[in-house]
Design a protein around this ligand. Structure first.
Ligand SMILES: Cc1cc2nc3c(=O)[nH]c(=O)nc-3n(C[C@H](O)[C@H](O)[C@H](O)COP(=O)(O)OP(=O)(O)OC[C@H]3O[C@@H](n4cnc5c(N)ncnc54)[C@H](O)[C@@H]3O)c2cc1C
Length: 384
């Protein structure tokens, strides 16, 4: 039992742990490569049958309606065993909850079940070539014309933009609004609509998870508006906090820490007292961060969070991941620059994939500089 955990939560943790040991296939644990939707499908179906795939969704929306401690337990136990994330994660964590809060009954009816069943992949279309940190400056326009919006413009850096069937997009519906934030709306765009061109973006680590999309007179039914017209800034921001919690989740740290230990045992770095000392320092950081994460989540859940915890979590977690990646390269010794997966007795590790891929974490979901600005202004009250 974890310190402070109630008896029923401890029982739930034991149940989750046993179930994962019995059900999660060995070759899906701590996979060093990103698994394809087809490879993950059997695992997702098991989770679906168990009812644990949408723990944070309310029961009426088809979720598990799990308590906060149960949600934390699930995430921690999934991380401990190295369970893969499903391709529905983005939609389950971001799109679904927003539709539950702001969507019309017709939108809930149409979109929630396919998200729950992982039948549809969603992406988030916020950033544009000249609107990332200064998101409110975005220019992609959606002009209401009868029953449809006509969309023109470009989105970029879209995660899963190549594979997604639908986009949750923030667009400009009133370029003359006195405050730019007041002229934005959120609409749901079917990416199979005529007038859309997609281009993959190859990144440092070699994958093409990101894409850019061009919109040329794309017709979007007016019923795909989420929330009120011109109230998109509020709707969009309700995702950003959740997104930063997702980026700042301790499971990311647990995963790299596990890889460092496996590698250090293989190469013998673990026998070096100086290395063990540094590793212990990071282990303490991860433990402390996990405790802070739980606390921040409890405050947020009780609606008593001042709202900035997400920025602290995102900033610390993504920077600590990069420090752990440095330690991984050190632990690997002569294998540190290997482009291929490096085998250990406890599974392979994609050292360069992690090292290069995790550079992006301090940018996506709001850059580290922007998180520091938020912390300095809203928490420390420093002058701008
Ligand atoms: C892996 C990854 C996934 C992403 N996924 C998505 C997605 O799914 N959907 C989506 O819409 N977007 C996505 N993005 C885009 C991401 O949100 C933006 O890249 C990010 O907000 C930064 O915007 P930008 O790239 O336009 O850089 P800019 O805003 O142009 O910033 C350039 C640099 O200037 C710094 N800077 C800017 N303004 C300030 C300031 N006021 N003070 C101090 N420094 C500043 C920034 O920190 C950065 O270092 C993703 C990005 C990455 C890397």
């Amino acid at each position: 039992m974890f310190e402070g955990e109630s008896e029923s939560d401890a029982l739930f943790r034991a149940e989750v742990r046993d179930w994962l040991e019995a059900n999660l296939a060995e070759d899906l644990r701590n996979s060093p490569v990103k698994l394809t939707p087809a490879e993950i499908k059997p695992w997702f179906d098991q989770l679906l049958a168990q009812g644990w795939h949408a723990a944070h969704w309310p029961r009426q929306a088809g979720g598990m309606g799990a308590s906060l401690p149960e949600q934390i337990i699930l995430a921690e136990e999934f991380a401990r065993i190295g369970a893969p994330e499903t391709h529905a994660t983005h939609a389950l964590n971001l799109v679904g909850p927003v539709l539950i809060e702001f969507g019309t009954e017709a939108q809930k009816e149409k979109f929630l079940a396919p998200i729950l069943n992982s039948e549809v992949i969603w992406c988030q279309g916020y950033s544009e070539p000249n609107a990332g940190s200064d998101l409110a400056s975005l220019k992609t326009s959606a002009v209401l014309n009868g029953d449809s919006f006509v969309v023109n413009g470009q989105k970029i850096w879209t995660t899963m933009g190549n594979e997604a069937q639908w986009m949750f997009a923030l667009v400009c519906t009133n370029p003359h609004a006195p405050k730019k934030q007041g002229g934005l709306s959120v609409i749901l765009i079917d990416l199979a609509s005529p007038g859309i061109t997609r281009r993959p973006i190859k990144v440092l680590s070699g994958d093409d998870e990101l894409a850019e999309e061009f919109f040329d007179d794309v017709q979007v039914p007016a019923e795909n508006l989420v929330g009120e017209l011109h109230d998109g800034w509020r709707v969009a921001n309700s995702i950003l906090g959740t997104e930063r919690f997702t980026h700042g989740h301790p499971r990311h740290l647990t995963s790299v820490l596990g890889a460092v230990k496996r590698m250090a045992r293989k190469t013998g770095a673990m026998d070096d007292a100086a290395f063990r000392d540094r590793l212990a320092g990071h282990e303490i950081n991860v433990t402390a961060f996990t405790a802070y994460f739980r606390h921040a989540l409890e405050l947020t859940n009780a609606d008593i969070s001042p709202g900035w915890a997400a920025s602290i979590l995102k900033l610390y977690c993504t920077e600590e991941i990069q420090r752990l990646d440095d330690l991984l390269v050190e632990a690997a010794g002569g294998h540190g620059l290997d482009k291929d997966i490096v085998g250990t007795d406890e599974g392979g590790v994609d050292i360069m994939g992690r090292f290069l891929g995790d550079r992006r974490n301090t940018i996506g979901g709001g850059s580290r500089e922007i998180q520091r600005n938020i912390i300095s202004k809203r928490i420390l009250g420093l002058p701008t």
